[in-house]
Design a protein around this ligand. Structure first.
Ligand SMILES: Cc1cc2nc3c(=O)[nH]c(=O)nc-3n(C[C@H](O)[C@H](O)[C@H](O)COP(=O)(O)O)c2cc1C
Length: 458
C-alpha cells in the first residue's frame, strides 16, 4: 500500500472531479457523480409547497441573537445574503423553545416576546429573494426548533438537561454522576412548549418547522435513551421515539397549514446503549434499521421530507462535518475526509432507497468544495437524495446557487475550505461565520474568541 493510501487524513487537493473520484476509489469508497447538474435546479413539490430548486441551506447557528433571543443585526444580514443567493430552501438555525434550552446566551429563542422580530426576519428574507429573482421565486422557509439538552448553556455556563447518562459524553458536557435525568412530567410539558413554538413560527410566517432530533441535543438523545428505565420515553424503540413522534403528530393536527419535518440523526457514532444506530462500522447490517423505522413513521404522520445527519459535534465532529483542520485541541480526524463524505452520502442513500417517496435532504457536501454539484446531481439522479443541503459552504458562499444557475459551476475562490473557523468561533462563544470569505466581519470575532479562551485557560 502506498504512503498516500496509508495516510488517513489528507487535505483537499484535487484539480478536477475526476481526480477526486479516483482518490475515493483508492480509499475504497464510492461517490455518485453526474456532470448534468440541471437536476439541482429543478423544482420539487412537497405536499402543497413547492421548492424552487433542490439546493438547501442547512441550519447553521450564527450565535448572534439579542439577549432576549430575537434575531440580531448579523442574523438579519446572514439570512438576507442566503435569500439573495437563490437557495430553494432556507433552513433557519437551531432556535430554542425555552430559555433554559438555549445553547448559549446568543442562541435564537422563539417566544411571545420575540415573535414579531422573527416575523420581520421571514418578511425580509422573502422580500430579498423576490428582489433578486422575481416574485415567482419563493424559497421554502423552515425554522429548526430545539432544546439543547446536555449542551444547554443559557447564560454561558453549562446547565445540562439530560435524557440519560452517557459515559462517553457526561464528563465533557459537565454532567455530574448524580445528576437526575429530565423527568417524564417535564418532557410532557416540553411537548406543549414545542407545540406553542410551532404556532409562533406559523404566526411569524415560516412555511415549516423542524423538531430538531440530531447531534445529541435533547430530542436526539431521547431517540437513543436505551438506559432510561421506568419511563414512557426510554428503553424500547417505541418509547424512545415517542417524544418526537408525539410532537410532530400534535403539530400536524393543530397547525395543519405548517410543513412539519425533523432533522434527525440516523446514527450517533456511539455504541448501543448510548447511541442510535448500532455498529455501522462494525458491519452490522441493521445499523440503520431504527432510522428507517423512524422515517416510515414520520412519513405516515405526514412529514413531506426529512433532513438526515449523523454524529455529535462535541464528541465525533468528523462524522457529521468532514474537515481539513480541527478546532483547537480537537485532534486530526481519524479518517480521510472523503471517507466521511462518502459515509454521509451513503447513509442518506440507503435511507432514501428504503423510503423512496419521502425526500431526504442530504448532508456532507461542503468539504467537496467546487466539485460538490456533480456529486450532488449524481446523488439525486441515483435516487439517493431528494434535496441537497450545505452548511459551511453557505456561510462562505451564500450566492452559490446563483453562480451555479448563471455559469453552471462554482467559483473555487469562494468555496468553504473546511478550516473549522466557524465552529471555533461558536465554541469560543462568539458570533459565527466564515473567517476566510467574510473576513471583514468574522476575523475579529475569531481573534476575540481565541483571546478569551486563552485567558480562561490561564
Ligand atoms: C457553526 C456551525 C453551526 C451549526 N449549527 C447547526 C444548527 O443550528 N442546527 C443543525 O442541525 N446543525 C448545525 N450545524 C451543522 C450543519 O448544519 C451541517 O450539518 C454540518 O456543518 C455539515 O454540513 P456541511 O459539510 O455542509 O457544512 C452547524 C455547523 C456549524 C459548523
Amino acid at each position: 500500500m502506498s504512503d498516500r493510501v496509508m495516510s488517513k487524513h489528507e487535505r483537499f487537493n484535487f484539480a478536477n472531479v475526476g481526480e477526486l473520484l479516483d482518490r475515493a476509489g483508492e480509499l475504497g469508497v464510492e461517490l455518485p457523480c453526474s456532470h448534468d447538474i440541471g437536476v439541482l435546479l429543478e423544482p420539487l413539490r412537497l405536499g402543497r409547497f413547492r421548492v424552487p430548486n433542490r439546493l438547501v441551506i442547512h441550519p447553521m447557528e450564527g450565535c448572534d441573537a439579542e439577549a432576549n433571543g430575537a434575531p440580531g443585526d448579523l442574523t438579519f444580514r446572514r439570512y438576507e445574503r442566503f435569500a439573495r443567493g437563490g437557495a430553494g430552501l432556507i433552513w433557519f438555525e437551531a432556535t430554542a423553545v425555552t430559555p433554559d434550552g438555549r445553547s448559549g446566551p446568543r442562541q435564537l429563542h422563539l417566544c411571545d416576546g420575540t415573535v414579531s422580530a422573527f416575523e420581520q426576519l421571514a418578511d425580509q428574507v422573502r422580500r430579498a429573494a423576490a428582489e433578486a429573482f422575481g416574485v415567482g421565486h419563493r424559497p421554502l422557509l423552515v425554522l429548526q426548533l430545539t432544546h439543547s439538552g446536555r449542551y444547554a448553556r443559557p447564560d454561558g455556563a453549562p446547565r445540562p438537561v439530560i435524557a440519560q447518562h452517557n459515559p462517553f459524553l457526561d464528563d465533557r458536557s459537565s454532567v455530574l454522576p448524580d445528576q437526575p435525568v429530565v423527568t417524564d412530567a417535564e418532557l410532557d410539558r416540553l411537548k406543549d412548549v414545542f407545540l406553542k413554538a410551532a404556532g409562533l413560527a406559523a404566526a411569524a410566517g415560516f412555511d415549516g418547522v423542524d423538531v430538531n432530533a440530531c447531534h445529541g441535543y435533547l430530542v436526539s438523545e431521547l431517540l437513543a435513551a436505551h438506559t432510561r428505565t421506568a419511563s414512557a420515553y426510554g428503553g424500547s424503540f417505541e418509547n424512545r421515539a415517542r417524544f418526537l413522534l408525539d410532537v410532530i403528530r400534535r403539530i400536524k393536527q393543530e397547525l395543519p397549514q405548517l410543513l412539519v419535518t425533523t432533522r434527525m440523526n440516523a446514527w450517533d457514532g456511539l455504541s448501543v446503549p448510548y447511541g442510535l444506530g448500532a455498529g455501522l462500522d462494525g458491519g452490522d447490517e441493521n445499523g440503520l434499521s431504527e432510522a428507517v423505522a423512524l422515517l416510515r413513521e414520520l412519513h405516515a404522520l405526514g412529514c413531506s421530507m426529512v433532513n438526515v445527519s449523523i454524529g455529535n459535534p462535541y464528541h465525533n465532529p468528523h462524522l457529521g462535518r468532514p474537515h481539513d483542520s480541527p478546532i483547537a485541541g480537537g485532534g486530526l480526524p481519524p479518517e480521510h475526509p472523503l471517507v466521511g463524505v462518502a459515509r454521509l452520502l451513503g447513509i442518506a442513500g440507503r435511507l432514501q432507497h428504503a423510503v423512496p417517496t419521502l425526500p431526504i435532504v442530504g448532508t456532507g457536501y461542503s468539504w467537496l468544495r467546487q466539485f460538490f454539484p456533480p456529486i450532488a446531481a449524481g446523488a439525486i439522479r441515483a435516487g439517493s437524495a431528494g434535496l441537497i443541503g450545505v452548511g459551511r459552504l453557505a456561510f462562505a458562499y451564500p450566492d452559490f446557487v446563483k453562480d451555479l444557475a448563471e455559469g453552471g459551476r462554482l467559483n473555487p475562490d469562494k468555496v468553504c475550505i473546511a478550516c473549522s473557523g466557524c465552529s471555533q468561533i461558536m465554541r469560543d462563544g462568539g458570533r459565527s461565520g466564515c473567517i476566510v470569505r467574510d473576513r471583514d466581519v468574522y476575523v475579529a470575532e475569531h481573534r476575540a474568541g481565541r483571546r478569551r479562551a486563552r485567558q480562561r485557560n490561564r
